[in-house]
Write a protein that binds this ligand. Structure first.
Ligand SMILES: CC(C)(COP(=O)(O)OP(=O)(O)OC[C@H]1O[C@@H](n2cnc3c(N)ncnc32)[C@H](O)[C@@H]1OP(=O)(O)O)[C@@H](O)C(=O)NCCC(=O)NCCS
Length: 403
């Protein structure tokens, strides 16, 4: 049998890497200058067989909001193995090496299938909710919109205005990925081939009373007619409005679009405020799924980099089958202003695998949830409840973009 080699990608290999990923995911990659510029060859790994690339994984340099902070997080993407080479351990080699090499203390990804990444210590850390909204039933609140309150922007204007609003969302919610200028340009590209029969992308914005833009929605429409009349569809691709007046006005506008019967939105949080603002929340048909998966690659650094909801002093006994330096006991203390995480020989209060640390890192899942199935064990009475409260966070995490 031929021997598989794993190595870093080279600068000229973007096309070959995309071809393998496209082959694995069943799409035909098209040349794209902006996405090519975002390729970080030194952060991509390829598996080769006889010199041919047959497997890939990539890490993107991006920031992520976590409880009380915004951190560097390896954004893992482009994981694929050519169908002729599957189930021979190629992905395991690629992911294992990637996780041991990334300099960031956490890695995140969106999984095509939930069964793939748990074995590598990843866990779903944020749920996502897909809405399919029956616009005839939903009944949004009917507040008046001030003249000039809503408007549309060109892409050039949006490139100047929208980044600051996304950064504000990062201070409010965990799980939100940062975007460089180049990534914003790629995000706002609107190629006819990518529209799926829908209109051009509209960039709707809200202005506060001083005229400053404080919220936006990226959306498209699709004209349709049903047996009883107009039945157009509104697809909301992204809606970012950290302040309530902007949030309400943008949703009200989108939920009351003339001729429309249906609205879709794929990136709602489990505690999305929209549920409180409509008359019939059941008209928001909601489908829950895993969104952001998170893997702690450096336990000490990761636990020290986030903030905690209550003061804490706990010894965690952590196991990690892939990254040896993560295995052992760590004392984690937090007192509101500072956080420390240090190795210790003291007896453990809780024992758990690195997977459960990933699941609870964004504050959206609870340590107690995992104690019910034995994945977290309590050794000091009462400490589980206390640590669960400290790891939790008042606002649910959300990831608003598949990367
Ligand atoms: C998912 C994929 C990358 C796996 O590659 P691979 O080289 O076959 O994986 P490995 O041989 O290293 O598999 C390791 C283990 O994961 C399991 N596994 C792999 N893919 C799986 C899947 N889709 N669902 C469930 N288990 C899976 C294997 O059975 C194996 O289990 P074992 O250790 O108990 O035998 C490959 O099948 C692929 O390219 N799929 C399509 C693209 C895709 O979904 N990529 C992920 C994007 S997020």
């Amino acid at each position: 049998m031929s021997e598989i080699q794993v190595r870093a990608a080279q600068a000229g290999e973007y096309g070959a890497v995309q071809a393998v990923f496209g082959g694995a995911m069943m799409f035909d990659p098209k040349p794209d200058e902006l996405w090519q510029q975002l390729f970080e060859p030194d952060r991509a790994l390829v598996a080769t067989d006889g010199g041919q690339i047959i497997g890939t994984t990539r890490a993107l340099t991006r920031e992520l909001s976590v409880p009380g902070a915004v951190l560097d997080a390896a954004h893992v993407t482009g994981v694929g193995v050519q169908p002729t080479h599957r189930r021979r351990g190629v992905m395991s080699q690629l992911i294992g090496r990637q996780l041991r090499e990334v300099p960031e203390a956490i890695a995140v990804l969106w999984a095509s299938e939930p069964a793939i990444y748990g074995r590598f210590g990843y866990a779903a850390a944020a749920w996502g909710v897909e809405y399919t909204v029956d616009l005839h039933r939903v009944g949004p609140s009917n507040d008046r919109i001030r003249p000039g309150e809503l408007g549309v922007l060109s892409v050039d204007e949006a490139l100047k205005e929208l980044p600051a609003i996304l950064r504000r969302l990062q201070t409010q919610r965990s799980g939100v990925s940062g975007r460089s200028d180049l990534r914003w340009q790629a995000r706002l590209q609107d190629k006819p081939d990518d529209r799926g029969g829908r209109t051009e992308r509209r960039i709707l914005v809200h202005r506060d009373e001083t005229g400053s833009i404080d919220g936006y929605a990226l959306w498209r429409g699709k004209m349709a007619w049903g047996p009883t009349g107009p039945a157009s569809e509104v697809s909301v691709e992204e809606l970012v409005a950290p302040e309530l007046p902007a949030y309400k006005a943008l949703w009200q506008h989108l939920l009351t679009m003339d001729l429309s019967a249906k609205l879709t939105y794929e990136y709602a949080a489990v505690d999305e405020p929209l549920q409180q603002l409509v008359t019939y929340p059941t008209a928001l048909e909601r489908r829950l799924g895993e969104s952001l998966w998170l893997r702690v690659t450096d336990v000490q650094r990761a636990l020290q980099q986030r903030r905690y909801a209550t003061p804490l002093d706990v010894v965690l006994d952590v196991t990690d089958n892939l990254i040896e330096s993560n295995t052992g006991r760590f004392r984690l203390t937090a007192d509101g202003s500072s956080v420390r995480c240090e190795r210790t020989d003291d007896p453990a209060d809780l024992s758990l695998a690195v997977t459960e640390l990933g699941a609870t890192y964004l504050g959206g899942r609870s340590l107690s949830e995992f104690a019910t199935t034995g994945r977290v064990a309590e050794h000091s009475p009462g400490i589980l409840t206390h640590t669960t409260a400290a790891f939790g966070w008042p606002i649910a995490p959300v990831s608003i973009e598949v990367f």
